[in-house]
Design a protein around this ligand. Structure first.
Ligand code: DGJ
Length: 733
């Protein structure tokens, strides 16, 4: 619920309440918009008594306050910080005015509260109709020039989500340059915090990293043109004492798939500032008179019940208020993908024979991965030529789809629309369609370049090529891949002074294309991929409800990857596959059961040469598929609990739980990551059950009360060997 009122001192107080949190700001006597409070819900009232105006030397006081020597933009808690007029901290917005000065001093103009959540033209955003969401707009204006900043707050009350984005509007009569246009600023006046960020590399995404906030700046981000494997655009600030179940935690989930910055500054007055938005490096956006710039949004959430609750807020909001389309809440089909089974060495007959075996085991969808188009038997050629290689398939695409469907399965296909091989007909015809710098050789990555998606003509050509393929056969699923990062950020279609806009224009172009494609094919299940989880972000999830979480299919490694992912994203977005053993990325040998338990903790698939499996293994797969069908709804919509951490060096196992919100059913999985001799017993306490209800575990005759399972816990099975895994299906007796 949003409210605003003017107090006796002519201050306007804005208060946002969600189910469990309160966010408050005040436009003060001078018109400065100050941040008052964000945290656990408190009753209505002016909380700005808490605002302190420290006046350290060397922090200048603002000219607007004349004789108030302690009114310093460098120390008071701001809602929308700007560079150049006295705030020396990291800031949210920096504007280069037409006179060359770099300054902006914002003053409150007006505000509006509306029902339903705002949307952003051309950008993905959480949504919510008037029964579940509200919007607050606060407009500020520069004290000198007619430059406006409209701050938007979207409130999804029941999930404790507050989103922010800003519109910068130039009415100054002249051109200005946006040199920094972040989406949010949060100033917290006191408290001792840790940051939790998720970093990694290809095949090792979202490793958990917790650090104490020390004086200075700590930032993570991407300049790779994609949100990246290296740093996730989701981060947490939490109290030192925060655990899974207790403590204060703030989450920041950026709804954007390109360059980003998340920065925390602990400053001289022991205040903590958090900013997030498009990375200002290699960014300079020219705003002509009359133009506006819309930042992407950041979805914030707060929990004072620890990290687990914070994650569940995001899980629910992403599932219900970000993902869209037919598959948003529907069970995703179990699938087999031929990539690790054949790589690019396949024929149509081979794929059909894999489909025949897979269909007998209950698998519902066959996905033909990379290698079916143009000249594409290795990754050195063919990208851009989205023409079916009928010679390789031995038939048309439509015929292949029909043959696969005749086995009882649906048919899906892989694309990498944003990239181009130099050895392709498309590149030979349009070398200027690739992002390359004038007079400089390009940086090649996986021997490919990136198409200039900032250009409409390029996008239109690629979109039409994809439509042609998708309309030529009965296709139920598309995997949209992106296998390199973007350097050589230069578009031949834009003038020199606009090159600082290209990274962002590329992402806007990508979103434009995804909107057109997904709305044209509403029955297709789209899966996003970027060499695995290199673009696992809320931006992509707005268009495609699931992501290939990592190219690392080793279940031991992937336990950590899915653990890190779970902090900001729900299991229904995590595509997870059983692959061959020894594993192709690590050589590790694991049991089919261990691989299956991990894959069933996400959207289940199989990615191996099923024709080579033994009869016993095939039975194992068919049992897993049946179990996935039974458990998928619980995994997709249940509450998720991390019962242990795979990073805990004192525990050899990782354990997690899905439980229905009403406590009627739970599924608990453990995976042993290390083997130790003379092993001590391992226990976990189950969460979210009904204390006085009776339950069975894996259909056994014995029953247990919910209270005993939650407070005494269960003893995990002890097995011999490496990397074993068990699961415990807890149902009402
Ligand atoms: C990277 C993906 O993550 C893989 O699953 C596979 O699709 C390859 N690209 C194909 O080139």
């Amino acid at each position: 619920m949003i409210s605003s009122y003017k107090n006796d001192h002519e201050n306007t107080i804005f208060t946002i309440h969600t189910a469990n949190t309160t966010y408050q700001m005040k436009a003060d006597w001078y018109g400065t918009l100050l941040h008052t409070y964000y945290g656990k819900r408190v009753p209505d009232g002016d909380l700005s008594y808490i605002i302190e105006y420290p006046a350290p030397s060397f922090s200048g006081h603002s000219h607007i306050a004349r004789t108030s020597w302690n009114y310093s933009p460098d120390t008071y808690p701001q809602e929308c910080s700007t560079f150049g007029c006295g705030d020396f901290r990291t800031t949210m917005i920096a504007v280069r005015n037409t006179d060359g000065s770099r300054g902006l001093e914002l003053c409150y103009v007006d505000s509006e509260i509306t029902e339903g959540k705002y949307s952003i033209k051309g950008l993905p955003a959480f949504y919510g109709d008037k029964d579940e969401a509200q919007t607050l707009r606060i407009t500020l204006k520069d004290r000198v020039y007619d430059i406006y900043v409209h701050l938007y707050y979207g409130v999804i009350d029941k999930y404790d989500i507050i989103t922010r984005y800003a519109v910068i509007e130039n009415k100054s009569g002249a051109e200005i340059k946006l040199e920094k246009a972040l989406s949010m600023n949060l100033d917290i006046q006191f408290g001792k915090f840790d940051t939790i960020t998720f970093h990694g590399r290809h095949t090792s995404e979202r490793e958990f990293c917790r650090e104490t906030v020390e004086p200075g700046r700590r930032s993570v981000g991407s300049l790779r043109g994609a949100s990246s494997h290296q740093f996730s655009p989701f981060a947490i600030l939490c109290s030192h004492d925060a655990t899974e179940e207790a403590g204060e935690c703030y989450g920041f989930n950026f709804v954007y798939s390109g360059n980003f910055l998340w920065e925390v500054e602990y400053e001289q007055m022991r205040q903590t500032r958090v900013v997030m938005g498009i990375n200002p490096e290699n960014f300079c956006y020219i705003l002509a008179d009359g133009e506006t710039f819309e930042t992407p949004e950041v979805a914030m959430s707060f929990s004072n019940e620890g990290l687990g609750k914070l994650s569940r807020n995001y899980h629910k909001a992403i599932r219900n208020n970000l993902c869209r389309g037919k598959y948003k809440l529907a069970r995703r089909p179990s699938l087999i993908n031929n990539w690790e089974g054949t790589y690019m060495d396949f024929t149509g007959d081979k794929l059909v024979s894999m489909a025949e075996d897979a269909s007998k085991l209950g698998i519902e969808l066959f996905v033909m991965d990379d290698g079916w188009f143009g000249k594409r038997d290795t990754d050195t050629s063919g990208l851009g030529d989205w023409v079916v290689n009928e010679k390789k398939l031995g038939c048309t695409l439509s015929e292949l789809a029909e043959r696969i469907k005749a086995t009882g399965m649906k048919f899906g296909i892989w694309f990498e629309p944003e990239c181009i091989s130099e050895d392709s007909d498309l590149f030979r015809a349009h070398p200027d369609w690739a992002l390359t710098m004038p007079n400089r050789g390009p940086v090649r990555s996986r021997t490919q370049l990136v198409l200039d998606f900032a250009r409409e003509d390029v996008r239109e050509y690629i979109l039409n090529s994809l439509i042609k393929v998708l309309e030529s056969a009965d296709i139920s699923y598309v995997k949209w891949d992106f296998n390199r990062h973007i350097c050589d950020v230069y578009s031949n279609a834009f003038p020199a002074e606009k090159q600082g806009e290209i990274n962002h224009r590329y992402i806007l172009g990508l979103y434009d294309m995804l909107e057109k494609l997904t709305s044209r094919f509403p029955d297709i299940l789209f899966e996003s991929c970027s060499g695995g989880g290199g673009r696992f972000d809320c931006g992509m999830l707005y268009y495609m409800p699931q992501v290939w979480c990592s190219d690392d299919t080793d279940p031991v490694e992937r336990t950590k990857i899915q653990y890190g992912t779970s902090f900001g994203f729900p299991s229904c977005t995590v595509a997870s596959h059983v692959s061959a053993s020894p594993n192709h990325q690590t050589g590790r040998v694991t049991s089919l059961k261990t691989r299956g338990n991990l894959a069933t903790s996400g959207m289940y698939g199989v990615e191996l040469d099923i024709n080579k499996m033994t009869d016993e293994e095939k039975v194992g797969i068919s049992e897993q598929v049946a179990r996935y069908k039974e458990l998928a709804d619980l995994v997709m919509s249940g509450d998720y609990y991390r019962l242990t951490s795979p990073y805990d060096v004192k525990e050899p196992f990782a354990c997690w739980e899905f439980v229905r919100e009403d406590g009627s059913e739970a599924w608990v999985v453990d995976i042993y990551l290390r083997t130790v001799a003379n092993r001590y017993p391992a226990f976990v306490k189950i969460r979210g059950l009904i204390p006085d209800a009776q339950y069975r575990i894996n259909g056994s005759n014995e029953t247990y009360s919910g209270a005993s399972l939650m407070y005494c816990g269960i003893k995990l099975l002890h097995r011999w060997g490496e990397y074993y895994s068990d699961s415990y299906h807890i149902t009402l007796a």
